[in-house]
Design a protein around this ligand. Structure first.
Ligand code: BG6
Length: 489
């Protein structure tokens, strides 16, 4: 039996997380091609009165309109927080907090501007070299996501994104370039960010223009696209093992634990099924095959996945070393007609009366994180990584240049406490990177005002501001958390 672990293990990877399209900016510099995230137009959910007005989906008509009349729209992910030019200052601030790790993603379109080139773009590769070298100066281990909610727009235009099998070799080519180039600089990798969010947005997750597919076949296309990503991910894992045997490569989901609304057995069964649909993603990537429960789900929902003969072997050979999750909330479910559709999505219609909501109506549930970690560890017995967690909130910059974000401290503290409990429960946890350790552009709403950081960035939703960086109260607090390896909360 494993010994009781009462605190965070030695070498625990504390840090913060970001994504290229939400921080870099410089969307048309350094030879970068346009990517799907460059066409996420800003719509203020509060102005329209709809908090769930995600900029997640783009139709073919919208894409054409954005391309022809660019000047009429704002695309905040094109400017990010100018990390491309300010990475030295930002990494120095992370180092000041004592970060052991920094999660970033690589923009595929910086390396292969259209995805189709045979040779990579040297300027793009050189940019990430500089970022990794800067991290190394401070002993910060990069944790790199290879695909975080973006792909070269050409692949959407030409193939309708991951709906096509053609993307698999293109991704493998990209992966091999990254591994060959950065093998001595990057040890920790994640292939795809939150693959289960394909269920939520085909454009953001898989670069698919939904209006080009048969609405009756949406679920089938979603799972077909996921199948292509599974294969691409497995081939990348295999390539990583060949090129850099010491590297550790993980899969990732947005972990949303579903609770049953009542003790009624029908509701309990529905919660179990909802959780299966979420875990389906790591089930395939950690176990190397489709779980048996999917056969019935596919049959009940008239889903036929096209699989080639070699696919089973590819999946079996490409299993991951660790399972990473983002964790923001839990859900409540009950036996109802559309429950399957809602599983794993943000659109939980049922309120949990025991939980408070964030300003963006996300239920706050630290114990749900502990439950998730315990369940995932029981299931895979692989190391886990919480690579995103945090509170999106409006912050106020006071006259003395401070931000008193005690609400953020409270949120993170409660989640860290529950991680500590999960470790005591036997969970093998590698690290914790809070989401948006520096304020960045929101993925879901393209807003700047939904802030997650320990570092405030002076910029508004329209992109006005000095871009100056300010330490929030949470900055000093997190620094102490890291220095004490999670003891002083
Ligand atoms: C995760 C994504 O789902 O949630 C991030 O991986 C995203 O990219 C984060 O930013 C928070 O979501 P949002 O919509 O508040 O930015």
């Amino acid at each position: 039996m494993k010994e009781l672990q009462t605190g965070f293990p030695k070498g625990f990877l504390w840090g913060g997380a970001t994504a290229a399209n939400q921080i870099e900016g410089a969307y048309n510099e350094g030879g970068k091609g346009m990517s799907t995230s460059d066409y996420a137009a800003y719509k203020d959910p509060y102005a329209t009165g709809k908090v769930d007005n995600f900029t997640f989906n783009v139709t073919s008509k919208e894409l054409k309109e954005y391309q022809e009349n660019e000047a009429n729209y704002l695309f905040p992910k094109r400017w990010g927080i100018d990390f491309y030019h300010r990475y030295k200052e930002d990494i120095a601030l992370f180092a000041e907090m004592g970060f052991k790790t920094f999660r970033i993603s690589i923009s595929w379109a910086r390396i292969f501007p259209t995805g189709l080139e045979t040779e990579p773009n040297e300027e793009g590769l050189a940019f990430y070299d500089k970022v990794f070298d800067e991290c190394a100066k401070y002993g910060i281990e990069p944790l790199v996501t290879m695909s975080h909610y973006e792909l070269p727009i050409t692949l959407t235009e030409k193939y309708n994104g991951w709906a096509s099998r053609e993307l698999i070799p293109l991704f493998e080519k990209y992966a091999r370039v990254l591994f060959n180039r950065y093998q001595s600089k990057v040890k920790y990798w994640i292939t795809f960010n939150e693959m289960n969010m394909n269920l939520n947005s085909l454009y953001t997750g898989a670069g698919i223009l939904e209006d080009l597919i048969d609405p009756e076949k949406k679920l089938e296309v979603t799972y077909q696209a996921s199948h292509h990503q599974f294969l691409a991910s497995a081939l990348a894992v295999k390539a990583a093992k060949e090129i850099m045997p010491d590297a550790q490569i993980g899969c990732m989901i947005n972990q949303i634990e579903s609770y049953a609304l009542t003790t009624k057995p029908e509701d309990q069964l529905q919660a179990l099924k909802s959780n299966q649909l979420n875990m389906f993603y790591p089930d395939v990537q950690a176990r190397g095959e489709y779980p048996s429960y999917m056969a019935r789900y596919f049959s009940d929902n008239d889903i036929n996945i096209v699989m080639e003969e070699e696919d089973a072997a590819i999946l079996a050979e490409g299993t991951v070393d660790f399972v990473a999750i983002s964790y923001y909330m839990s859900h409540v479910t009950e036996a109802r007609e559309d429950a399957a559709k809602l599983a794993g999505s943000f659109d939980s219609p049922i309120k949990n009366e025991y939980l408070e909501l964030s300003q963006w109506d996300w239920p706050i549930d630290p114990i749900g994180l502990r439950i998730s970690l315990m369940k995932l560890y029981d299931r895979y017995e692989l190391p886990l990584f919480v690579c995103e967690n945090g509170l999106g909130a409006k912050d106020e910059l006071t006259e003395d240049g401070r931000i008193h974000d005690d609400y953020r401290i409270d949120y993170i503290k409660k989640h860290v406490e529950q991680m500590k409990e999960a470790i005591k429960d036997g969970v093998d946890l590698m690290g914790y990177t809070t989401w948006g350790c520096i304020d960045l552009i929101s993925c879901g709403t393209s807003q700047m005002s939904k802030r997650y950081g320990f570092i405030y960035v002076d910029q508004d939703d329209e992109g006005n501001g000095s871009l100056a960086r300010y330490r929030k109260d949470s900055f000093e607090w997190y620094k102490e958390v890291i220095a004490s390896n999670g003891e002083n909360l």
